[in-house]
Design a protein around this ligand. Sequence first.
Ligand code: PLP
Length: 412
Amino acid sequence: MSERFDAAALRAQFPVLAQSVRGKPLAYLDNGATTQKPQVVIDAVTHFYAHDNANIHRAVHTLGERATAGYEGARVTVQRFLNARSEREIVFTRGTTEGINLVANSFLRPRLQPGDEILVTGMEHHANLVPWHLACAATGAQMRHVPLKDDGSLDLDTLPGLLTERTRLFAFTAVSNALGTVNPVAQLVALAHARGIPVLVDAAQAVAHLPAHELDVQALDCDFLVFSGHKIYGPTGIGVLYGKRSHLDAMPPWQGGGDMIREVFLDRSTFAEAPSRFEAGTPPIAEAIGLGAALTWFMALDRTAALAHEDALLARATEALRALPGVRIIGTAPRKVSVLSFVLDYAHPHDAGTFFDFEGVAVRAGHHCAQPVMARFGVPATLRATFAPYNTDADVEALLRAIARVHKTFTD
Ligand code: PLP
């Protein structure tokens, strides 16, 4: 464990972690699915409902002004977090999934012709596949993908041949949720841009696990970047689409309704500028404020020390699992964060995951919304432990105890 980093003190900020499950201390290792929330985030949401609740943008009264200031203040916090040029490049969405659907429908579909190509990678979450499949089905465009090597890293040698004059977008994850692989985002963006191809970065898994300079949208020069609040200590139901101003200004609305218009007549309407143009209807106001609180909290952490601690836990757990009989780790790329995916040759992941719960250990068992990854590695599902800075050596030990229990139960 890092000497500079006090994981126990950090953990104490998360009330949910202080409980027992089935009589055992909770070892929450499902952070890739969703992270727990520190008290400051819970307080920010509670405070909003207890003191400031009102609809935004329209109200002339005090509560409406406070709610609007909270919501727009959160946008500025996101802008700082991503180092975007302007808060007008920050669109609030319901999450990563909605952000990708927005880009698929508003940016990409109008540009697609039969035979055009959308490039992804072999490690994408379904959220970064299905919206493009729908766009292809509607337009006659086709999917291409960058294949994976046996260690779960991208086969970059194939990339030059896949970025063609037909490629209309390269959409890839910064970090694989099923393998933990960290992709060389800046390099991928540069290669695509060298051929004039715009890029969308799925940062759902990256936001809570990469250093700030690797999420700096100006440094990366990505065209779009999406993430979900709930994976970075914020509420569910809120996410972010970052888009370069030149793109957002040129994109038509995707959903119509209140708050995204300039003028409405009975037979036609004109639209507000970005980002309002993409935020039809009453948005998740408390959730946006909660996300702002989460990012403020996260940016105030000693991020280098917190991530080093998390990396050390991943390394320790990986080393321990390597030494166990009948355990196969899926995803052994040279650079990984947070995710330890594995299969046991003596128990199905779902059965094992249920037994883990008896030890108070919460992991994911399944295909992790990444069926093509499972197919690539010839497994139906994996067990997946995902680490956050509030995890401790005790959580790793609980995981090892849980595996030992499953081993005993299924092999005795
Ligand atoms: N992309 C990746 C890499 C993910 O891990 C996830 C969620 O697990 C998503 C996209 C979808 O995120 P959400 O369900 O919050 O929209």
